[in-house]
Design a protein around this ligand. Structure first.
Ligand SMILES: Cc1cc2nc3c(=O)[nH]c(=O)nc-3n(C[C@H](O)[C@H](O)[C@H](O)COP(=O)(O)OP(=O)(O)OC[C@H]3O[C@@H](n4cnc5c(N)ncnc54)[C@H](O)[C@@H]3O)c2cc1C
Length: 204
């Protein structure tokens, strides 16, 4: 696994890097180094500064913490080649948020990280309004939907969640989904008596 091609192949299997060009992968591969650990050896400790991303080449690593009684709690085990860890630490806390320990002889490919820039967008995709005649959007490009029913300006078309409110939360999106589900049933003329009670539909 030490040839440049083998390292590129490993990186390519990492979902975060899947979209990178061959040249970009080669550059990343050149910046990686390999580290081996024996069974039971500490990879890093909670609270230490985090300047690396780790990619599993072989072996097994566990994430763990000590609970209040001093007992070890295993939070996660990484055992598949290409498993990548320390993304949350590198992205936000810059410190390891758990302890990591090799469970067997383990080899990791380590990528040194000075700065991680989160490149994600949460805006509405303009294609939506451009390709859907009659769909009303507000000035930020979010879909206009009735607050009670979720129905858009197109009869029978419903929307909810971030595409209506702008970047918000899961709980708000779930609420919008429930309201839209009721709105759809109203639109289809399903009477309240004919509806499956919510508890029953959750159990089904
Ligand atoms: C980095 C980040 C961290 C977050 N952390 C939290 C958190 O800790 N707690 C919290 O409550 N919220 C959090 N949020 C916000 C939360 O993720 C969103 O509010 C929530 O996911 C909105 O749900 P949604 O169903 O409206 O949209 P989404 O979850 O975005 O779902 C929309 C789906 O539609 C798909 N899609 C888009 N276009 C098309 C198309 N043309 N055809 C087919 N499918 C399409 C997308 O791929 C996606 O799967 C976070 C958001 C981000 C970006």
């Amino acid at each position: 696994m030490n040839t440049p091609d083998a390292i590129v192949a490993l990186l390519k299997a990492v979902p975060y890097f899947a979209g990178l060009s061959p040249d970009a992968l080669k550059t990343l591969a050149a910046g990686c180094h390999s580290k081996s650990f024996g069974a039971g050896q500490v990879v890093f400790m909670e609270g230490d500064p985090c300047h690396h991303l780790y990619i599993l080449e072989s072996g097994r690593v566990k994430f763990c913490r000590m609970n209040a009684e001093g007992r070890e709690q295993i939070l996660r085990v990484f055992d598949r080649q290409g498993d990548t860890f320390c993304i949350p630490s590198a992205f936000s806390t810059e410190r390891y948020i758990v302890n990591a320990m090799a469970m067997t002889g383990t080899r990791l490919r380590v990528l040194d990280v000075d700065t991680v820039i989160c490149a994600l967008g949460t805006r509405a995709n303009p294609i939506l309004a451009q390709t859907t005649p009659g769909l009303a959007v507000n000035r930020w490009g979010y879909i206009v939907a009735d607050e009670q029913t979720g129905m858009t300006s197109l009869p029978g078309v419903f929307a909810g969640g971030d595409i209506v409110t702008g970047a918000a939360t899961v709980i708000l999106a779930m609420g919008a989904g429930r309201r839209a589900a009721a709105g759809i049933l109203d639109y289809l003329g399903v009477t309240r008596e004919d509806r499956v009670p919510e508890e029953a539909s959750c159990q089904a």
